[in-house]
Design a protein around this ligand. Structure first.
Ligand SMILES: *Cc1c(COP(=O)(O)O)cnc(C)c1O
Length: 361
């Protein structure tokens, strides 16, 4: 068996130890005589798995007791609808940041229900920078401020939570939850689909403050899209993504064993510092993002001549470096370096980039 270094933005690499544990337990979980895939979701075995996963996530992020943690389905995109449907009245003003492609998808969805006000806008700099705080414009009457903590496609990341001036702050952390410590009290709601930094696809974590659970959803909101119903049913209102939930639980344990989110942040900084430093000094590669706001998860870069893109990707694959192609909307390359990316993966990528630049520069 030879595992490759996978730089995919998502579904992304998982820790090898986690995959091995899944393999070892696949037919018989903990002497239950069953696979996790075969267990009733309301039985004792699965309940134990589910509760342990929640408890570990709570510990990792120091989630206070006035927040519920939900394990839902439908990915990040379903949250784009659930947030406006549950947290604002029909046509009410809601504030959004527009800092990249994922913000824009969230905005488009919110427009179906609410009046969207753009509060933080990166359009003017082509999504390569976050505007200065003095340029933010957050209306006092907005039901909430939604922002994308890490723009997975543009490689642009907030280094701290924006000050929403008392308005509930909603954060899409689909591509960076568990990559750094958070001050959960600063947020009203955080959501993240799993397949980037947390586990396999099919499950989405929502951390929601109790007072927001009490908000009345838009009347036509289906039961499946109501936070309150999921909270009242401990995320077992319908059959959850049991297997994905279990694998996320193993990833949470792995993060704890590695030293928690502080250690994940340290590693992410080390990985990306090295890569950005090389890119900037290379004269061959380029990253357009303001260095103060570069993502510690998704490193985007272009080559000096885009005609070389195909060769770069083909040779990278030959070297065991997979899925480096940038998102189709921005082109170029993207190396996604989530928690599970080993140091050796970054070293192999750097070596390849150096050699490629030397050959083609
Ligand atoms: C991937 C991603 C999403 C969408 O997630 P799906 O699970 O595919 O719906 C939303 N927001 C961000 C920031 C993402 O990176």
């Amino acid at each position: 068996m030879s595992r490759k270094f996978n730089f995919s933005a998502g579904p992304a690499m998982l820790p090898e130890e986690v995959l091995q544990q899944v393999q070892a337990e696949l037919l018989d979980w903990n002497s239950s005589g069953m696979s996790v895939m075969e267990m009733p979701h309301r039985g004792d075995f699965f309940e134990g798995i589910a509760n342990q996963a929640e408890q570990d996530l709570r510990e990792l992020l120091k989630i206070p007791s006035n927040y519920k943690v939900l394990f839902l389905q439908g990915g990040g995109r379903t949250q784009f609808a659930m947030v406006p449907m549950n947290l604002a009245k029909e046509a009410e003003c809601v504030a959004y940041s527009n800092t990249g492609t994922w913000s824009q998808f969230a905005i488009e969805e919110a427009k179906r229900y609410n009046t969207v006000h753009i509060a933080i806008d990166s359009e003017g700099n082509n999504y390569t920078n976050l505007p200065d705080k003095s340029e933010w414009n957050i209306p006092d009457n907005a039901a909430y401020l939604h922002y994308t903590d890490n723009e997975t496609i543009q490689g642009l990341e907030f280094s701290q939570a924006p000050d929403s001036r008392g308005i509930p702050l909603i954060s899409d952390m689909s591509s960076n939850l568990l990559s750094k410590p958070l001050e959960i009290n600063q947020y009203g709601l955080i959501y993240a689909c799993a397949q980037k930094n947390l586990g396999p696809s099919g499950i989405t974590m929502v951390i929601i403050r109790d007072d927001l659970l009490a908000r009345e959803p838009i009347v036509s909101t289906p039961s499946m899209l109501r936070y309150k119903i999921h909270a009242e049913n401990n995320s077992l209102y319908n059959t959850p993504a049991c297997f994905a939930w279990y694998v996320c639980g193993l990833v949470f344990k792995w993060v704890k064993n590695q030293g928690g989110v502080e250690e994940m942040a340290r590693r992410a900084k080390a990985r990306t510092d090295e890569l950005y430093h090389y890119i900037d000094a290379s004269g061959f590669y380029n990253n357009p993002v303001n260095s103060a706001h570069r993502s510690k998860m998704n490193v985007v870069f272009t080559l000096k001549d885009e005609k070389l893109d195909g060769t770069f990707l083909k040779n990278a694959e030959k070297a065991g470096l997979m899925n480096l192609k940038g998102h189709r909307s921005v082109g170029g390359m993207r190396a996604s370096l989530y928690n599970s990316m080993p140091k050796a993966g970054v070293a192999a990528l750097l070596q390849f980039m150096r050699e490629f630049a030397a050959q083609h520069g």
